[in-house]
Each structure stands twice: as structure tokens, then as C-alpha cells.
Design a protein around this ligand. Structure first.
Ligand SMILES: Nc1ncnc2c1ncn2[C@@H]1O[C@H](COP(=O)(O)OP(=O)(O)O)[C@@H](O)[C@H]1O
Ligand SMILES: O=C(O)C1=C[C@@H](OP(=O)(O)O)[C@@H](O)[C@H](O)C1
Ligand SMILES: [Mg+2]
Length: 444
């Protein structure tokens, strides 16, 4: 069927194949696949609402940007360049990078493009230098020092620009070209800061790191590690930095900060630092899992169910998940195949669930017996150890408690439970009381 054109409509506009007016969209995020975006939550807290997720195919972008009813848009991959091109005016940040993550409809109908990824990263960098490096500001921490930026894609340009503004000597590390990951440690032993601007380590591919820990360890002057990836809360490279005693931060602050700067453009008012900090704190609290560890029979499963109900979160019992994943219960697996075989499979199950967000997770009592399980939990969970008097622990259906004895297990493990935990809860005597106490202590 031939396309009908309304009288007076310029060619190519308002044609039948385009979505018509997009009525109802006021603010939103434009991209291709957006299911996992956290921007709606952030903008709800900032007041830039209603805020929609707007998934469009490449051929639909121009029509939507030019003729949609929107007042303000965030833009993500793969449309940041296109957004820049479709705008009539550009802020200095957008012009400098040639890509836009923010579009604003001006009063006269023209479109302004901004890049708040640059200002967002600059804000996170500034705060990191003050808080973690005890510097007056980013410039006093970085001027004349070497900073490495991993990756040469879209996010990399914003990171490089912010670091150059702070006076750092920036080298971009990429898979091809002169400066590769293979030669990083050899060529840049004095780098003070490493910033990941690749998607390596992003959920669900976590906790991978773009740089092996051994190479980070060879950077003699390394003072900090930053990541633009914000999910999980502690990415693989941040966990590696943590093990080396180097301060690190993943990209949640940048995500929130770029949203604040966009919201300011959308609504024509300032978002103060206190609101930005509150939004970041709430988002972190909502998205981190709560993982319960402790002796077998200490009440992880029982208390976890209660806590999940209290917090209105999904509950995962890793022993049950183990059964579903591997078709055998933990107890039967230990008895029939031995503990080592069980532990390997347990780590597989743990890694699938612990990378997710906003769960209450009850671990098996032996999760602390494998060092690698710590990073899996730490990446996106607040770890809570239940401390219940040994004489109250049940050994029923628990082959290790029965064969080795609870006292010996406690001697082997209590130190680990305590050192892995962000919070050690002396059990109150009831699972409901324990759940309430955890909620209170974590401020959830
Ligand atoms: N806070 C508590 N006070 C008293 N008994 C409890 C408490 N939490 C759990 N229980 C009981 O202790 C036993 C072990 O609890 P469970 O949740 O299976 O422990 P875990 O998952 O740590 O092995 C169960 O019989 C349960 O009913
Ligand atoms: O302590 C352990 O080594 C174990 C504890 C069990 O979980 P609970 O702590 O929930 O009993 C279960 O994972 C398995 O039998 C091994
Ligand atoms: Mg249990």
C-alpha cells in the first residue's frame, strides 16, 4: 500500500511507517535495548518524571527526536553520535566530544545537545581524589601524573577529557594499537590512576577484570582505580584493587551525577550535592544483595525468608538453588561424591546468583571454605554473619556437622565468617527478631 502523506507535511516527515506523535513522553532514555537501565529510578528520585524507556531501531531515531512530544532525553548506545547530529545547538562538553547523552527541547522548539557523561565522570573523579586520595581536588592529585584509560570506545572519550582537565598525562590502552593490555605494566609502571572505560566486568560478565591483578600489582605508583561500570557495585578490577590495598570506586556515582546534570537541564533548576548523595546511597542500598553466612543450622535459611518478606525482595536459598541446578541435594552430593566435588558445583551456583541485584541470599554454611567465593559475594552483596551459640545449632540433615562435629567446624570457620562479614549479628533468639535487627542495622 502506498504511504499517505498529509497535505503540507514536508517529504519524509509524518510518513505512515513512522510512529506518529509519541504523545505522553516527557522525559526518557533513548536507546536500542534498555531493559536493565536504572535511569527511571534515579529520575523518579530527582523529580524528572514521567521518565520512560524508549527503545527504537536506528531508522526510527530521527523521526522520534525531531517530532516526539518529549521535553528532555537521555541517550545511550548506539545513538549518542546521532543525537549530537540531530541537535541544533551544542554545549561545549558535547561539542568537545562530538557525542551527546542529553537532549533538551528549548522554548523555541530547537534542540540543545549536552554531554553530562563528561561532567558526571569529572564529579566522581573530584570526589574520589578528595575522599580517597586526601587531595584538595582532582588537579592537585593528578596534575603531571600518569593516568591510564582502558578502552577507546564512547565512554573512553568522556573519561579522557575529564582526566586531561585535571592535568593528568593520559594514555589510552586498547586491544589493538601501540598501547595494549599486554604491555601495560611494562610501559606504564608509574601510572597513578587506572580508569576502566570498557564494558568488561559488567553484569552478567562479572567479576571479570580487563587487567589481571598481577599487572595492576606491577604499577608501583598506583594510587587509585575507577570504573565506569556500575553493576555490580564492586567490579572485578575494583575487587583486584581492594586486594592490593588500593582505593577504588565503580561507576554508580558517575551514573547518578550524569543524571543530576541532565535533570538540571530538563527542569531548569539545580540539584544540590545532598540530593545527589541521597539518590546514590538509596540506589546502592536497594541494589546490593543481603547475603547471610554462618554456621550450618545458625538460621540463615529461616531468617533469610523472613528478611526477604520484610524487604519485599526475592529470596534465594543457595542450597535449594544447588538442587535445582545440579539435580541433587547438597547433603546427598557430599555423601555420594565427596566434599570437593560439592564445593566446585556450589561455587558455580553461587556465581550465578551472587552477581544479581536486590536479592536476599542464604548461603550454605561452607561457602567460606573457598577463598574465591569471597569475591563472588563481595561484588554485589552486603555480607551478614549470623552468630548463634553452638549448643543451639541443629546438625540434622547436615553431613559435615554430623561427621566432623560442630565444634571443629566452628574452629575452622568462625574466623572466616567474621572476617568476610560487613555485619556480625548476635542472634536474638527468634528468626523474626534477627530479620528485624538486620534491617535496622543496615538501614533498609
Ligand atoms: N533464630 C532462631 N531461633 C531459634 N531457632 C531457629 C532460628 N532460626 C532458625 N531456627 C531453627 O534452626 C534450624 C536451622 O535453621 P536453618 O534456617 O535451616 O539454618 P541454616 O540455613 O543456617 O542451616 C531450623 O530447625 C530452624 O527452625
Ligand atoms: O556447612 C556446610 O559445609 C554445609 C552446609 C549446608 O547448608 P546450611 O548451612 O544451610 O545447613 C549445605 O550447604 C551443605 O550440607 C554443606
Ligand atoms: Mg540453610
Amino acid at each position: 500500500m502506498a504511504e499517505q502523506r498529509t497535505e503540507g507535511t514536508p517529504a519524509g516527515e509524518g510518513c505512515g511507517r513512522e510512529r506518529p506523535t509519541e504523545d505522553g513522553v516527557v522525559f526518557g532514555l533513548l536507546g536500542r535495548t534498555l531493559a536493565h537501565s536504572w535511569s527511571p529510578q534515579i529520575h523518579a528520585a530527582l523529580g524528572s518524571v514521567p521518565y520512560a524507556l524508549i527503545e527504537r531501531e536506528p531508522e526510527e531515531v530521527e523521526g522520534f527526536v525531531r517530532h516526539g512530544s518529549w521535553r528532555g532525553l537521555n541517550v545511550t548506545i548506539p545513538y549518542k553520535r546521532r543525537a549530537f547530529e540531530l541537535a541544533d545547538e551544542h554545549t561545549p562538553a558535547a561539542r568537545r566530544l562530538g557525542v551527546a547523552n542529553t537532549l533538551v527541547r528549548l522554548a523555541d522548539g530547537r534542540i540543545l545537545a549536552d554531554n553530562t557523561d563528561l561532567t558526571g565522570f569529572a564529579w566522581m573523579l573530584e570526589r574520589f581524589c578528595v575522599r580517597e586520595l586526601s587531595a584538595r581536588d582532582a588537579r592537585s592529585a593528578l596534575e603531571g601524573r600518569e593516568a591510564l584509560v582502558l578502552g577507546s570506545g564512547g565512554a573512553s572519550h568522556a573519561v579522557v577529557a575529564a582526566l586531561e582537565d585535571a592535568g593528568a598525562h593520559v594514555s589510552v590502552i586498547s586491544r589493538s594499537g601501540d598501547d595494549t593490555y599486554e604491555t601495560l605494566a611494562e610501559r606504564h609502571p608509574d601510572a597513578a590512576l587506572v580508569c576502566n572505560a570498557t564494558p568488561v566486568g559488567m553484569f552478567p560478565g562479572c567479576p571479570a577484570s580487563p587487567v589481571p591483578e598481577g599487572d595492576l600489582a606491577r604499577l608501583r605508583g598506583l594510587a587509585g582505580v575507577l570504573d565506569v561500570v556500575y553493576n555490580p557495585t564492586r567490579t572485578g578490577i575494583c575487587l583486584a584493587a581492594e586486594r592490593l590495598g588500593v582505593p577504588s570506586e565503580s561507576g554508580l556515582a558517575m551514573l547518578v551525577s550524569q543524571a543530576c546534570r541532565s535533570s538540571e537541564r530538563f527542569l531548569g533548576r539545580e540539584v544540590d550535592d545532598a540530593l545527589a548523595a541521597a539518590v546514590e546511597r538509596d540506589l546502592r542500598a536497594q541494589t546490593l544483595n543481603v547475603a547471610l553466612i554462618g554456621m550450618p543450622g545458625s538460621g540463615k535459611t529461616t531468617c533469610g525468608k523472613r528478611l526477604a518478606r520484610l524487604l519485599k525482595r526475592p529470596f534465594v536459598d543457595l542450597d535449594d538453588a544447588f538442587g535445582l541446578d545440579h539435580g541433587i541435594s547438597p547433603a546427598a552430593c557430599i555423601t555420594e561424591r565427596g566434599e570437593a566435588a560439592f564445593r566446585a558445583l556450589e561455587t558455580e551456583t553461587l556465581s550465578r546468583y551472587a552477581s544479581r541485584s536486590s536479592l536476599v541470599i542464604a548461603c550454605g554454611g561452607g561457602v567460606v571454605t573457598r577463598e574465591e567465593n569471597y569475591a563472588l559475594l563481595r561484588q554485589n552483596s552486603t555480607i551478614v554473619a549470623l552468630d548463634r551459640p553452638l549448643e543451639q545449632l541443629s546438625s540434622r540433615g547436615r553431613p559435615l556437622s554430623a561427621s566432623r562435629g560442630v565444634e571443629r567446624l566452628a574452629r575452622e570457620r568462625m574466623g572466616l565468617y567474621r572476617s568476610w562479614a560487613n555485619l556480625v549479628l548476635a542472634c536474638t533468639g527468634s528468626a523474626a527478631g534477627d530479620a528485624e535487627a538486620i534491617r535496622g542495622a543496615l538501614g533498609l
